[in-house]
Design a protein around this ligand. Structure first.
Ligand code: CP
Length: 304
C-alpha cells in the first residue's frame, strides 16, 4: 500500500491488517495509545483545504505519537489565496522534503491527482475529497464496530441521513461490504439518496420505523448543507420529525445496538441529545480510535 485514497477495492487482507495494526497501537484503555519512534525524521504535511476538527487533529496526534514532524499548512494564509495551483503548492512542499501529504479538499479526486503527481517516495492519504471518499473515517468506524460487536458477518447495519452528499457513507459501504456485513441498509428521503445506490449492494428504506428493525449498528450522518443546492435543503424541523434519531426511534433497533456518528453532529436535526449522550452512543470512542487507526495507516504506508 503506497497511498490510501479510498476503501473501494481495498482487499480484505489489507483492511484487516490496518485494523489489527491499529489494535496494537491502541492502549489497554480507550485513552492510552503508545508513543513509538517509527516515523522519526519523517515530515508529514497536513493539507486541509476544507474545515476539520477531528480528522486534522487526530492525524496530527497520530503522527506525533509515531515521532514524525508535522506541518499544518494554514490554507487561509497560504499562497493559494494568490492564485497558486494545488499542484504548484504540492511541488513546493515536496521541495521541502515532504514524506507524506494528508489531504482534505472539496473537489472529488484531489487526493488522487496529488498521488499521481508526487515522486515515488511520497505517500498520500485522502482525508476526505468532495462527495467521493473519506477512507480513514470508514476505517475508524470499522475499528469501532469490531470493538463493540466483534463479528462483522453477523450484523445488520443502517446508515441514516444525507447519503447523497456523504463521502463517509460511500467509504463505509465499501468497507462494510468487504468485511462481510450481510445486510447494509440506507435510510433517507429520496432527495438525499444517490441514483442507483442499490448497485452498491445496500437495501433502501425511506421510513425509520421499518429501516431500524433488528439493526445492530446505527451510523448517523448530518445534512451536508455546504454541498446542497438551497432548493434541495430540507427544513431542519421537518427532517428531525421524519429522520431524527430520538430515544423512541432507537428503541426500534436491537436493545444492544450502538449509535455512531462521524461528526460534526447537529443536535436536534439528525440526532437528539438524549441519544447522542446516551448509553448506546459510541460517538466519542470513535474519535479516540481515530488516533490508533491513523497511526496504523501512516506506519503501514511508510513501510512500502
Ligand atoms: N468526521 C470528520 O471528518 O470530522 P471533521 O470534519 O471534524 O474532520
Amino acid at each position: 500500500l503506497r497511498h490510501l485514497l479510498t476503501t473501494e477495492g481495498l482487499p480484505i487482507t489489507i483492511l484487516q491488517r490496518i485494523l489489527d495494526t491499529a489494535e496494537s497501537f491502541a492502549g489497554v484503555t480507550e485513552r492510552e495509545v503508545k508513543k513509538i519512534p517509527l516515523l522519526r525524521g519523517k515530515s508529514i504535511f497536513n493539507l486541509f483545504f476544507e474545515p476539520s476538527t477531528r480528522t486534522r487533529t487526530t492525524f496530527e496526534i497520530a503522527a506525533k505519537r509515531l515521532s514524525a514532524d508535522v506541518i499544518n499548512l494554514n490554507v487561509a494564509v497560504s499562497s493559494q489565496t494568490k492564485g497558486e495551483t494545488l499542484l504548484d503548492t504540492v511541488n513546493n512542499l515536496s521541495a521541502m522534503h515532504a514524506d507524506m501529504f494528508v489531504v482534505r479538499h472539496s473537489q472529488s479526486g484531489a487526493a488522487h491527482l496529488i498521488a499521481q503527481h508526487v515522486g515515488p517516495d511520497i505517500h498520500v492519504i485522502n482525508a476526505g475529497d468532495g462527495w467521493h471518499a473519506h477512507p480513514t473515517q470508514a476505517l475508524l468506524d470499522m475499528f469501532t464496530i469490531r470493538r463493540y460487536k466483534q463479528d462483522f458477518r453477523a450484523l445488520r447495519v443502517a446508515i441514516i441521513g444525507d447519503i447523497l452528499h456523504s463521502r463517509v457513507a460511500r467509504s463505509q459501504i465499501h468497507a462494510l461490504a468487504t468485511l462481510g456485513v450481510p445486510e447494509i441498509r440506507v435510510i433517507a428521503p429520496k432527495t438525499l439518496l444517490p441514483a442507483k445506490i442499490e448497485r452498491l449492494g445496500v437495501h433502501v428504506y425511506h421510513n425509520m420505523a421499518q429501516g431500524l428493525k433488528d439493526i445492530d449498528v446505527l451510523m448517523m450522518l448530518r445534512l451536508q448543507h455546504e454541498r446542497m443546492e438551497s432548493a434541495h435543503l430540507p427544513s431542519t424541523e421537518e427532517y428531525f420529525k421524519y429522520y431524527g434519531l430520538t430515544p423512541e426511534r432507537l428503541a426500534l433497533a436491537k436493545s444492544d445496538a450502538i449509535v455512531m456518528h462521524p461528526g460534526p453532529m447537529n443536535r436536534g436535526v439528525e440526532i437528539d441529545s438524549e441519544v447522542a449522550d446516551g448509553a448506546q452512543s459510541v460517538i466519542l470512542p470513535q474519535v479516540s480510535f481515530g488516533i490508533a487507526v491513523r497511526m496504523a495507516v501512516m506506519s503501514m504506508l511508510t513501510k512500502n
